[in-house]
Design a protein around this ligand. Sequence first.
Ligand code: SAH
Ligand code: SF4
Length: 368
Amino acid sequence: MLDQILKKSELTGDLTTEEIITLLELDDPEDLKRLYECAYQVKLQHVGRTAWFRGLVEFSNICSKDCYYCGIRRSNKEVQRFTLPEQNIIDSAVWSWNAGYGSAVLQSGERSDPEFVDMIERVLIEIKQKTNNELGITLCLGEQSEETYRRWFNAGAHRYLLRIETSNPELYKKLHPDDHSYSRRIECLDLLRRTGYQVGTGVMIGLPMQTNADLAGDLMFFKRQDIDMIGMGPYLFHSSTPLAQYRKEWEIPRERLLSLGLKMIALARIMMRDINIAATTALQALAGDGREQGLLAGANVIMPNTTDTEYRASYQLYENKPCIDENASMCRNCLSRRIERIGETPGFKEWGDSPHFAARQKTTQIIK
Ligand code: SAH
Ligand code: SF4
C-alpha cells in the first residue's frame, strides 16, 4: 500500500488528507527510507541537486509580541536584549555577498515603530548599493502594514518569510495571547503576495496539542496558498516560556521529532514539487547532521548563520541552539563540505528563486 501511494504521488503530486496522515505515521526505518527516496527523486526532477545558501542575520531580539513558545517573547525578562548597530547588519549582509552567497535573510523580533521601519529601509538601500544590486534579500520581520511591506519591497527586499505557525486556528489561539490574530497573519500573507514578494510560510512541527491531522492540514494549507517557499522546523521547548508547562506531557523524543520534521519536508516536496524548502537550523539542534538529512528528504535551501558571534547567544528562540560560538566563515566552510559530502552542490552567486515563482510570474503576466 505504501508503494502504491508513493508511486501515485511521485507522478501527480496528489495526496489526500488520509494518505498524508498514513505517511506521517510511518516509523519503520525501511518505510521512512522509501518515503525520503521518493521525495528526493521528485526534488531531482523539479529543482535539482543544488542547495541554495542564504546568509542569515539575526540582528535583534527585541520583540513587541508575546508568543507562548518563543524564548525572546516580550515578557521573558531573563533575556539580554540587543539590536546590532546598523552598520553591522549591513556588513553581515555584504559579507554574505563576498562569500558568494546569492542572498541574505534579515530576521528579528517583531517591531513596527517608525524608527525600526525607517532603519530597515535604510539598511536595505545600502546593502543593495554595496552589492551592485546583486545580493537577494529575504525579510523575516513579522506582521507589518501594507505600506511598510511596500516600502521595504521598493527598497530592495524581494522575498518574505512569515510562518503561519499552525494552520489550525484553534491551536493558533492556544499558542498566542488574545491580541495575536490568526486571520491577521493570513491577511499579511496575502498583502505580501500582492506587493510582489516571493512569499514563504511554514509551521512548527511537534507542538503541544498538535495532531497529525493538524500537520496534514498544514501541508494542504501551503498547497492552497500556492506559496513559493517553506521554512518549517521542529518545535523545541524553551523553559522560560508559558508553553514549557506542557513539556512533561507533550515533549516528543528527539529522534521521533527529527523524523517527523523530515517526513513533513518529504511530503511538502512530493506535494509541491517546484517550490523552495529550507532545511532549518532547528533540525540541526536535534542531530548534528539534521540539515543534511533535511536536504536528502527533499529540502533545497540552507541558511548558515552570519550574525556576529558576540550576539548569537542572546538570539535563542529555543534552547541549545547549535553553532552559537562559530563565526560566519567557519559556518560557510563547514557547511559547504558537509553538503558536498552528501552529493549535493552548494549554490552560490545566484538568487536561487524557486521554479514555482518563475512559473507563477509567467502565468500572472499572461493573465494581465
Ligand atoms: N518575529 C518574526 C521572526 C522571528 S521568529 C516572526 O515571528 O515571524 C521566527 C520563527 O521562529 C517563528 O516564526 C517561529 O516559527 C520560530 N520559533 C519561535 N520559537 C520557537 C521554538 N521554541 N522552537 C522552534 N521554533 C521557534
Ligand atoms: Fe516575537 Fe517572532 Fe518570537 Fe513571536 S516568534 S515572540 S513574534 S520573535
